[in-house]
Ligand binder design. Structure first.
Ligand SMILES: [Zn+2]
Length: 157
């Protein structure tokens, strides 16, 4: 009799705990994809993002040393080299240099024509002495910026 009662109690305990334990495991299994996502996909994405960032940051520095910063200037109808405005160039070499360059490979000062008024000046000078157009030539992107108004507009001053 006592063993039967104990068995009944034991069965009762099992049924009682099963109500809580089984749904809990079911929820855990439902959470598995999310846990996998956080535990596996998350770190992989993070590593990929870091690797991509490293690549993006290191790439320009690596290639800059090997790429020739010059390209030959096209020859116009009069047989003279034609230099585009806003890009540094060397008249002696008939070469167009990358934005941001101020000296040729032989050490000569580069020239640049103003994109606004066409005045030729030294590539080391940022602001045009004639029309006041200021543009900073920094590789790899060139930013054209008028001297006035300042960023945010005149009201911000
Ligand atoms: Zn100008």
């Amino acid at each position: 009799m006592i063993i039967d009662q104990l068995n009944q109690i034991w069965t009762g305990i099992l049924e009682f705990t099963a109500r809580f334990v089984i749904p809990a495991w079911g929820e855990l299994i439902n959470l598995l994809p999310i846990l996998l996502l956080i535990g596996v996909v998350g770190p992989i994405l993070t590593i990929l993002a870091i690797a991509w960032l490293r690549y993006a940051i290191l790439k320009p520095r690596v290639t800059a040393g090997f790429v020739d910063p010059r390209r030959p200037a096209p020859i116009g109808d009069d047989g003279q080299p034609v230099f585009p405005v806003g890009e540094p160039y060397s008249l002696a070499e008939a070469m167009i240099y990358e934005p941001g360059a101020t000296r040729s490979v032989s050490g000569d000062e580069l020239l640049v024509s103003c994109p606004k008024c066409g005045l030729v000046r030294s590539a080391a000078v940022e602001t045009c002495g004639n029309c006041g157009l200021s543009f900073s030539l920094t590789p790899p992107t060139r930013v054209l910026r008028p001297a006035a108004p300042p960023p945010g507009g005149r009201a911000a001053v």
